[in-house]
Design a protein around this ligand. Sequence first.
Ligand code: ADP
Length: 542
Amino acid sequence: MNGLMMQQPLLISSLLVHAERHHGDREVVSRRVEGDIHRYTYREMAARARRLANALAALGVKPSERVGTLAWNGYRHMELYYAVSGAGSVLHTINPRLHPDQVVYIADHAEDQVLCFDLSFLPLVQAVAGRTKTIRHFVAMTDRAHMPADPKIPNLLCYEDLVAAESDQYEWPEFDENTASSLCYTSGTTGNPKGVLYSHRSTVLHTFAIALPDALNCSANDSILPVVPMFHVNAWGLPYAACMTGAKLVFPGPGLDGKSLYELFEAEQVTVSAGVPTVWQALLAYVDANKLKFSSMRRTVVGGSACPPAMLRKFAEDYDVHVLHAWGMTEMSPVGTVAAFKPQHLALPVEQRYAVMAKQGRAVYGVDMKIVDPAGRELPWGGPVSGDLLVRGPWVLSRYFKGDGGNPLRGGWFPTGDVARIDAEGYMLITDRSKDVIKSGGEWIGSIDLENIAMAHPAVAIAACIAVPHPKWDERPLLVVVRRPGAELTREELLAFYEGKIAKWWTPDDVVFVDAIPLGATGKMQKNKLREMLKDYRLPGA
Ligand code: ADP
């Protein structure tokens, strides 16, 4: 017997309709590429998204066709999020930090029909425009007054002209909730980037989950500033969660340096933010150097790579900001776990609470996870052994766009490529990515642990740990460090800092000081590049 409730498909457009009807006066504030601050309400945003949907239809964009974006976090990008998906087409957010060759590859693979871009990315678009196969229209996301005089792109269209020419009367179509809504390519550290194709259903379910109190805890009373880019797994779902909850949205645009971010946090009384650790490092350095405080920020989500415990401690003790450490991946929409407390943690001594917060966290409802040994046998929770981390759920990928890479699943589970432990309370701790694991004498050494210790040293700005060949142990850990500006630190001092913090045989064999560690398009350390940089390095005596 079926239940007798309405069959209403879970569509992304319904989030916008909700925001307009029930939170119509709530503001969306953006720092623009043009240099100023733009503000309007959800009501105005919804009207412009409808105009844009009409404009895309006039350009001949059909349901299921892909519309690419190369854009910062801002209101026009937000309008595209809703207009493109809402109309039944697919929003393809492209990471502008990729090499032009990769952008061409991705745009061709996705068969993008239209490419909308912020003016900052004009040089990149010029570099790819003559090379892509399917893009019929290029749209500069600006007004007539700011259109480039000589863009070197034939028939370049102006976003504001397109929007102004259309009516705001548009009925969001109703269709199957399993329809594709958006497309995001993995960064492709190995091989070509692969497309992850989200659906309306997966997106809306993920939005419910991340808005919950023990996840990102979004409410109508929040002012949310996603630092994580809208081209990095849909800004972790915050553009959707803000509409679902009626939170104020604040977009930083191109202003991702510490000063610009801090000013926006204060001016717009931001309560919640989210980003990768490297961004927070820059913000904290600025706030520290200028002896500032956050007057409204209460919590920040840190994910994308491991949050160094020293960072969550600093946020808490110096700035009264609670760090929510979260883990996920493009293939998971992205959120899988969040390190929110359970009741038994609340009364713990502060050091033990930090230890809970430093784990990647417990599964949010909708995601199940397990760890397995190399033979695929499930490993127990609460044990000392790490295993391959597998996940499943309605917002986890089942296969890549166009079937690239074949069937990625193992017995119905998606192998994340991460190596993790799960404690008896269900908190997962990533010890490594499988390709970054250091195998010494047949035992694994967790590079993340070693990095976290180094980054707790006051003279260290950033540290990465990689495996280097060793004649006896196969591999040993090498620590690569960037010192803080003006700080002095020797190899011996840093290695002594490990004493008592870790099993002695885990201590790195050597330290190499460098000017910079290569960061990838999403702000993560690129250990493959680092290994390449140091391929001629030999351990002392090895
Ligand atoms: P890519 O895989 O292309 O680098 P993703 O953004 O999908 O891009 O990255 C997902 C990976 O990032 C995870 O599989 C994991 O290795 C790492 N990651 C994400 N969040 C965390 C975290 N909190 N701690 C440690 N690693 C993390």
